[in-house]
Design a protein around this ligand. Structure first.
Ligand code: C5P
Ligand code: C5P
Ligand code: C5P
Ligand code: ZN
Length: 489
């Protein structure tokens, strides 16, 4: 394993030919609109999806405005219908709500165009009276929407179809945002992005906005002081390093890596290639010596993506830090700030986003501490915790994902996290291990069915899904989930 700055070869392939046709139809319909309402989801993928759509529409001279929602439920769609836009472009949601959107389209309330990657609620085959025609979703052409294409990726493919030959628009620069969205939805693994996502990366590289390198896979390469980077690394736990301030200091001293330069903290990006190699080798030796399993050791180095147009040392330069910055805005009702950053505001919006990031980080860290201290309750086939009002419902899913594999939390069982959404509603977030998904686990179906059975609603992806249920239905819901997961496996 070596840390290198080699970029992959340039290429200019079309992301997904199968999706191109659908994208062309969607683009044609959008061009016919006078103005478009872009409605999107309040997370990193949703924000980047909207930002890509807004820029592509503007470049095609189509007026638009963006709105965001936490969950696209019946009430939200009704509000959108009341907004008097004739054409609505749904990004990063919409497929899971086809059944609610379609009657509006049939009724002529608005025309819907959808660019999404969630499990569709129904198909043309289920319902012959189905009116909605403009639907771009990787799952419709056999591409996995949980790992091969994100909402931002779907939006990017639409942006490509919106390019105009006459004005020679080139939307490939928007690949940078598409990669932030995919990484924000956890679609990247040690080997980086794959499938349709990888094709988008190649376009971004060709356009000169993305660099793909092999580097240490620890969160915070651009902005964290080196000792904090190692101390806070929670993806790979290394005894004597993880959460051990003095251990980190001794380790860096031991391998002769200065932690300051001209009185300033050095960050990972300030290290020379040789120094990075020294740190990586040192960490690998430590990990192996303390018995960290080989597959976890291997996850310490992998494919990373850098946005080359962004200033070095900022959150925006690293796609992973960028996506966290966006979650810090949208999941706290400040999607406007995140969108402005995506659209290029590097002044007031970025300052505000950084401010929100402090709170988000604090909340993630406190939430994770609470979950690991509290532990989970284990049923036959799932484990769960109920954070009540302690964790914000918009980030309980991120915390559930981070908790898996942390001290005392099993990584071989799906995890369900509950948090209060309101006085009457409970939010559920579910995350499943990759191995179980390969063996038939589909949390999207589980959430959808179990939520329906108790008068709630749910959906998502096979590996990560969620639901909203009445607050007093937790135990019935859990019973159904436990049983359904058992049947799937
Ligand atoms: O609504 P949306 O599709 O954006 O949400 C995806 C969620 O699923 C993200 O919070 C992401 O963390 C989670 N996910 C995951 N593991 C994956 C894919 C997605 O935890 N492999
Ligand atoms: O917030 P977001 O879902 O984008 O975070 C993605 C991943 O980045 C988390 O699963 C976590 O491992 C890491 N992270 C972190 N420290 C933070 C924020 C995020 O380690 N302060
Ligand atoms: O909120 P969380 O990150 O747990 O969401 C995981 C996935 O489940 C997301 O893709 C989200 O869009 C989906 N979800 C859903 N219906 C809900 C709640 C979440 O489809 N009521
Ligand atoms: Zn998404």
């Amino acid at each position: 394993m070596t840390v290198s700055a080699d970029t992959v070869s340039e290429s200019d392939t079309i992301p997904v030919p199968e999706l191109e046709q659908k994208a062309t139809a969607c683009a044609k319909r959008l061009r016919a609109a006078e103005r478009v309402l872009v409605a999107s989801h309040i997370d990193a993928d949703g924000l980047t999806s909207a930002a890509i759509a807004v820029q592509a529409l503007k470049r095609a001279d189509i007026q638009c405005e963006a709105v965001f929602a936490n969950q696209l439920d019946a009430g939200e769609i009704k509000r959108i219908a009341a907004s008097k836009y004739d054409t609505v472009l749904f990004t990063d949601f919409g497929s899971g709500q086809l059944d609610i959107i379609d009657p509006y389209v049939r009724n002529g309330d608005f025309e819907a165009v959808i660019a999404d990657h969630h499990q569709p609620a129904m198909t043309h085959d289920d319902n012959p009276a189905f009116s909605l025609q403009y639907h771009l979703n990787p799952l419709l052409v056999g591409i996995d929407g949980a790992s091969q294409l994100s909402g931002a990726g779907a939006s990017y493919i639409l942006a490509q179809a919106l390019e105009s030959d006459t004005t020679e628009t080139d939307n490939r620069d928007l690949a940078a945002l598409a990669v932030v969205g995919a990484v924000g939805d956890m679609q990247s693994s040690t080997d980086g992005l794959t499938g349709a996502n990888a094709a988008i990366v190649e376009q971004g590289i060709a356009a000169g906005v993305i660099e793909e390198t092999t580097d240490i896979l620890i969160y915070g390469r651009q902005t964290r002081p080196l000792p904090k980077l190692l101390e806070y690394a929670n993806d790979v736990q290394i005894p004597g390093i993880t959460n051990n301030e003095s251990g980190v200091a001794a380790f860096l001293d031991d391998i002769d890596i200065p932690i300051r330069s001209d009185g300033e903290w050095r960050r990972w990006i300030d290290l020379t290639m040789d120094e990075r190699q020294t740190v990586v080798s040192g960490l690998l030796n430590r990990a192996i010596a303390s018995g960290v399993p080989a597959e976890q050791v291997n996850d310490l180095v992998g494919t990373t993506y850098t946005l080359t147009a962004e200033a070095p040392g900022t959150e925006l330069r690293d796609v992973s830090e960028f996506s966290t910055l966006l979650n810090a805005t949208a999941r706290y009702n400040r999607a406007d700030v995140g969108l402005a950053v995506c659209l290029g505001n590097r002044d007031a919006a970025l300052i505000e986003a950084r401010h929100l990031l402090q709170t988000h980080r604090q909340n993630l860290s406190e939430g994770l501490q609470w979950v690991t201290a509290e532990g989970t309750t284990t049923e036959s086939n799932v484990q769960w915790f109920d954070a009540g009002g302690r964790i914000r419902e918009t980030i309980v899913g991120i915390i559930a994902g981070m908790a898996v594999g942390a001290e005392g939390i099993r990584d071989d069982l799906p995890i369900l996290a509950f948090a209060e959404k309101s006085e009457t509603k409970l939010k559920v977030s579910a995350r499943g291990p990759q191995r179980l998904v390969r063996n038939g686990l589909d949390l999207s179906t589980v959430m959808q069915e179990a939520a329906s059975a108790v008068g709630g609603e749910g959906g998502g992806h096979d590996i990560a899904a969620g639901a909203t249920i009445p607050i007093n239905e937790r135990s019935t819901f859990l019973e159904i989930v436990d049983k359904t997961v058992g049947e799937q496996l």
